[in-house]
Design a protein around this ligand. Structure first.
Ligand SMILES: [Zn+2]
Length: 540
């Protein structure tokens, strides 16, 4: 699942880093303004801000249209909508590389004595603008055409369960991203340039270090769980029917208790994978799916997407329309959702309060479910070939497999032709899973068809960051579990607001982690968290 929270983030950041023609025209047409040397840095900054705001209105409408597509757009609207969206995207693309914007940016950047907010906005505008103008003029069009062909081929390849249909298109996407990395530049590894695009400051060296420290421990832990005598697989929902309206009510109660503001957001039903769309100030929408035979999907997805939504809602409204009014990177955005979903939403104390509510809604179906049953079931191991069906712990291995393949593809150690074999071998080695077909193997994710290289690691890095943030939060609030058990869930959003949300992207993720927890991302809290949880559940 790709999360639109950050997709939106990067789109908005990109959109914001754009020159609006009217802003630059005002400057050129103003009295006595014949050349750029007469514009003062403060004026240039104000123009950039106006432009930024104009572009965030445009981004809002694009987002709203995408949300509508996912939730209620009628089928017959597809063709016209695609044209309308492509028009908006085109408008945005042209403005993204407007030389006027570059001119204003360089004037403002020569100013001095800026506040932290202004300095951060200038840094982010510079970062995005310089990346865009490094790409040749025809690059965006080539990229979108190659991706749309790749996506169609990917769908066909999945339908026919035949990787060779997708293979040449994947090769083209890899080549295009290699080219992009060359234009953007990198210090050590071409893949660094792609990682940094989704997670500023992230590199292969950092990922290697973190993932090498957790990979073997996770493989061992899964082995220990498999060999334990405890079983956690009993389906606590049995064969009952769990009415959608009741699930909806629970979802609303739980997310409200966690801090999701329904005055500034909504959980809507989707036909596709769940996502969060940040539409604009005071408007965040999440989409979820309901399954009447098992309320777990809706509840846990709502907590995950609610985590994205709360973060977006708590970014100061004054920052909307500025580049700092976005998430600082996917590795923080996914930490924000995973902290709520996994670290808190799968904890015993959390269900100590919510299980009785669930049982009350769903009686007699759940009458005999104990807190232990619930805690085990919601943390059950689910080893299989499909990433989106995986449990919290084996999910990390699914991500590490994708990371290693992307890294090796971009340094030329492996080729696109070798991928199914490498993929299947890694699934055997890391997860003990036999992948029997391409559809449930190498072809399961749309990310590569869309050109999202460097994106997958954010999910695992998000989990690592979440555990580190949770540990710091618990140091400040040792009574967190007692509060949860008594129905008080206000601490996490308040603590995160104080340490993370309120900064928007004034700081990047490494700096935010250091400020909030004392260190940049490290694996120790994550390993302790997994050990503590699974040892308790499985009596290891
Ligand atoms: Zn997410």
């Amino acid at each position: 699942m790709r999360c639109s929270a950050l997709l939106r983030g990067s789109v908005l950041a990109a959109v914001i880093a754009i020159a609006a023609m009217d802003a630059s025209c005002q400057i050129q047409d103003g009295p006595g303004r014949n050349n750029s040397s007469e514009i003062m840095p403060q004026e240039a900054y104000s123009s950039l801000l106006n432009t930024s705001l104009d572009m965030s209105y445009l981004a809002s409408m694009i987002s709203l249209s995408e949300l509508d597509q996912a939730t209620s757009m009628p089928e017959n609207a597809t063709v016209y909508r695609a044209k309308a969206q492509s028009y908006l995207a085109d408008l945005r693309n042209k403005k993204e590389i407007d030389p006027e914007f570059g001119m204003l940016l360089s004037i403002a950047s020569n100013g001095s004595g800026w506040s932290t907010v202004v300095a951060a906005n200038l840094r982010l505008w510079n970062r995005d603008y310089s990346k865009r103008i490094k790409l040749p003029a025809d690059f965006a069009a080539r990229e979108s055409e190659t991706a749309s062909l790749a996506e169609a081929a990917w769908e066909k390849a999945r339908e026919k369960d035949d990787y060779t249909i997708f293979q040449p298109h994947l090769k083209a996407m890899v080549e295009l991203n290699r080219e992009k990395a060359r234009y953007w530049g990198y210090q050590e590894h071409p893949y660094d340039a792609l990682l940094d695009d989704f997670m500023p400051g992230m590199t292969v060296a950092k990922c290697d270090k973190l993932f090498d420290l957790i990979k073997h421990r996770i493989i061992e832990l899964i082995e220990e769980i498999k060999n334990s005598n405890q079983t956690a697989s009993k389906n606590i929902y049995g064969s009952g029917r769990y009415a959608e309206e009741r699930q909806e009510e629970l979802v609303k109660n739980i997310t409200t208790a966690l801090g999701y503001d329904y005055g500034s957001g909504l959980m809507e039903k989707t036909r596709r994978h769940p996502e969060t769309f940040s539409i604009g100030a005071g408007d965040v929408r999440s989409t979820i799916r309901y399954d009447e035979s098992n309320p777990e999907e809706a509840i846990m997805t709502a907590i995950h997407e609610g985590g994205h939504g709360i973060a977006e809602q708590k970014i100061p409204q004054a920052y909307y329309g500025m580049p700092i009014g976005t998430e600082p990177g996917m590795n923080m955005a996914e930490a924000e959702s995973r902290l709520f979903e996994n670290n808190l939403g799968r904890s015993r104390a959390f269900w100590q309060f919510w299980l009785p509510q669930l049982k009350q809604e769903f009686s007699p179906e759940m009458d005999n479910v104990s807190l232990e049953d619930m805690h085990r079931y919601i943390n059950r191991l689910n080893l299989g070939p499909i990433r989106v069906d995986a449990d919290e712990i084996s999910y990390i291995l699914h991500i590490i497999i994708r990371y290693e393949i992307e890294r090796d593809l971009f340094d030329g150690n492996i080729t696109v032709d070798d991928l199914p074999e490498i993929w299947n071998q890694k699934y055997r080695d890391y997860l003990g899973v036999n992948v029997t077909d391409d559809r449930d193997g190498i072809l399961q994710d749309i990310h590569w068809a869309d050109g999202y290289f460097g994106y997958f690691p954010a999910y695992a890095l998000g989990s690592i960051n979440a555990a580190q943030l949770e540990a710091a939060m618990r140091r400040d609030h040792p009574d967190l579990d007692q509060r949860f058990a008594s129905g008080d869930f206000t601490i996490p959003a308040a603590w995160m607001e104080e340490h993370i949300y309120k900064y928007g992207s004034i700081y990047d993720t490494p700096e935010l982690m250091k400020r909030a927890t004392g260190n940049e991302t490290e694996v120790y809290d994550f390993l302790n968290y997994l050990k503590g949880k699974y040892e308790a559940i499985y009596s290891l």
